[in-house]
Write a protein that binds this ligand. Structure first.
Ligand SMILES: N[C@@H](CCC[C@H](N)C(=O)O)C(=O)O
Length: 277
């Protein structure tokens, strides 16, 4: 069976995007892993599926699969690519859409300058809802990882993030500590591990070891979570430029109870057709 796809990226966080608005596509974890495989498949960090909405007053349903085959709640860089995709494919003539995800509604807007701003919703700071096993909702929490005591902030942007502040992201133990944090028993749904270096009051540098995909060149929800954590820790002030290995995002957040706004690029690389096994 042949399946048409579009290869896209947001700051080098790369996606295979599939249009399932006309007919459903059956995606098993094995199939997702095969498509995401960089040697035997197309290769991507996440597979994104565009579906018709399941409820009134939203335009599309947005499904996200990590390279390990697991379906997850949210993907920020993917959300920017999502609106670029549905607009370019003429699945809508609106540049401002409402999209349902596993964790709620998000609103991406394709701007005239080609950048995309996404209302990513209100961050969740309650430990139980992240989910993070803790008897407190303190902003900074101790977490023992590989014999070291880390100071993390647990934030959900629809998906779970553990954010820590480091002196230098280039020297941070992302590859070694990242997998230990991802699978830490106090994060029962696993977690995305963010490493933040504060540059000044409006700029941070960020690396993220993503749940189910490993370190990526950029993570949109990771950038939102990192800015929320850094504002709560009084290290930065909104708006904040986030430097990743793949480029920069701008994140604005007015504080608890308000939504996070993320602005950045969304790029189409090529169209293709794959053999689906
Ligand atoms: N790259 C994404 C996040 C994708 C999902 C994440 N790995 C998870 O498991 O929660 C982004 O740009 O936000």
């Amino acid at each position: 069976m042949k399946l048409r796809f579009t290869k896209m990226h947001g700051l080098g966080n790369d996606f295979v995007v599939i249009d399932a608005t006309r007919e459903p596509v059956e995606l098993t974890p094995e199939r997702v892993r095969a498509i995401a495989d960089r040697h035997f498949g197309v290769g991507c960090d996440q597979l994104l599926v565009v579906e018709p909405p399941s409820r009134p007053a939203v335009d599309f349903r947005y499904r996200i699969f990590n390279a390990d085959g697991g379906e997850v709640e949210q993907c920020g860089n993917g959300a920017r690519c999502f609106v670029r995709f549905v607009y370019d494919k003429k699945l809508t003539d609106r540049a401002d859409i409402s999209v349902e995800t596993r964790s709620g509604i998000i609103s991406p807007r394709l701007r005239e300058d080609g950048l995309v701003t996404v209302d990513m919703g209100v961050p969740v700071l309650s430990a139980a809802e992240v989910p993070f096993v803790s008897d407190s909702d303190a902003i900074v929490q101790p977490l023992e990882v590989g014999g070291d005591m880390l100071a993390i902030t647990a934030v959900s942007m629809g998906n779970p993030h553990a954010v820590q502040v480091v002196a230098n992201v280039d020297a941070a133990p992302v590859e070694t500590q990242g997998p230990l944090i991802e699978h830490h028993p106090r994060f029962p749904a696993r977690v995305n591990a963010g490493f933040v270096q504060v540059v000044d009051a409006h700029r941070i540098r960020l690396r993220v070891f993503e749940r189910g995909s490993g370190e990526t060149l950029a993570c949109g929800t990771g950038a939102c979570a990192a800015v929320v954590a850094s504002i709560l820790r009084e290290l930065v002030v909104s708006p904040v430029r986030v430097e990743t290995r793949g480029g920069e995002l701008e994140i604005a957040w007015a504080g608890p109870g308000t939504p996070v706004l993320m602005t950045g690029p969304a790029v189409t690389v090529f169209e293709g057709e794959m053999n689906l096994v």
